[in-house]
Design a protein. Structure first.
Length: 265
């Protein structure tokens, strides 16, 4: 592989990520593969909100973010989660450098017009900082906070959306969305659920309408389609294991590959 690989680490799976996953990233980095990590941390934010007695609230997978919630989001994502990931990568032998979307205005945003409070809509992803970090031989580890153009306001951004915007701005070869499920799951006639190996914008719309895709999977698939629309070559939703990560990098059929349309190779 030549192009940049963006890995989005979902908060859902953060506590379960095995050492071998980080060792796989270290191995890829040692082979010269440029990797950028964008991370979430939804469950850790929820636990901290619980400790300060704020009830989490979501609309279509996006957190309603009042001022107090924003403080907690910034503290958890830029603080404990970002540093925990940098440490795990370091222990695995990778070189990692943690930043947030605020740093260098990597994620420039305006406040959403939706009734979600301090949630940002990304206007521009600036690749100066991620590229500078890559240029120094480190994996940028990016927390999904965003900042206003004048630098006065911070906004919360869903990590899938942040990863999609950064992958698009970097013209990444692959966006790998690592989560706690093996891909998009669909109910089968026998009552079980199976991973959808590949899907399209049209099928995704149908699955959202049929409530097969719900909650946090909604921003994920929307971000995947946006990234493809902006030139990212491949988007895969899969689990956070070394096998899945290396399988996607090797072009094997792992997880769910999201495509713009069914006939698009
Ligand atoms: N069709 C679906 N297939 C798989 N997961 C789905 C689907 N619809 C909703 N989900 C939910 O989406 C979750 C992943 O989104 P989220 O919790 O936001 O994870 P992350 O923190 O990794 O972004 C899954 O754990 C599952 O509960
Ligand atoms: C606006 C919004 O929803 N922001 C997210 C940011 C973290 C995130 O997306 O984490 P996951 O990847 O674990 O879902 C939040 O506050 O939970």
């Amino acid at each position: 592989m030549q192009g940049i690989v963006v890995i989005k680490c979902g908060g859902s799976t953060m506590d379960q990520l095995p050492d071998s996953f980080f060792q796989a990233i270290a191995g890829l980095q040692a082979q010269g593969q440029e990797i950028v990590i964008v991370h979430g941390g939804g469950p850790a934010i929820n636990s901290m909100l619980d400790r300060v007695q704020i009830t989490p609230q979501f609309v279509d997978g996006l957190r309603v973010t009042c001022e107090d919630t924003l403080r907690v989001v910034e503290m958890v994502l830029c603080g404990s989660i970002n540093k925990a990931l940098v440490k795990r990568l370091t222990q695995a032998g990778a070189k990692a450098w943690g930043v947030s979307g605020i740093d260098g205005q990597t994620l420039l945003a305006t406040k959403t017009s939706k009734p979600l409070g301090w949630v940002g809509e990304i206007k521009k992803a600036d690749t100066t900082i991620p590229k500078a970090i890559l240029g120094q031989g480190y994996v940028p580890v990016i927390a999904p906070l965003s900042v206003s153009e004048d630098g006065t306001e911070t906004f919360n951004v869903n990590a899938d959306v942040a990863a999609g915007a950064i992958a698009a701005a970097l013209s990444a070869e692959k966006l790998i969305m690592v989560t706690d499920v093996p891909g998009i799951m669909q109910p089968q006639p026998d009552g079980t659920k199976a991973v959808v190996p590949a899907t399209s914008a049209e099928e995704i719309q149908e699955m959202i309408q049929a409530e097969i895709i719900t909650g946090g999977m909604i921003p994920k698939v929307q971000a995947a389609l946006d990234a493809l629309g902006q030139g990212v070559e491949q988007v895969v939703i899969c689990r956070g294991t070394a096998d899945d990560l290396l399988g996607v990098c090797a072009g094997q059929g792992v997880g769910t590959t999201v495509r713009m349309n069914v006939n698009y190779a």
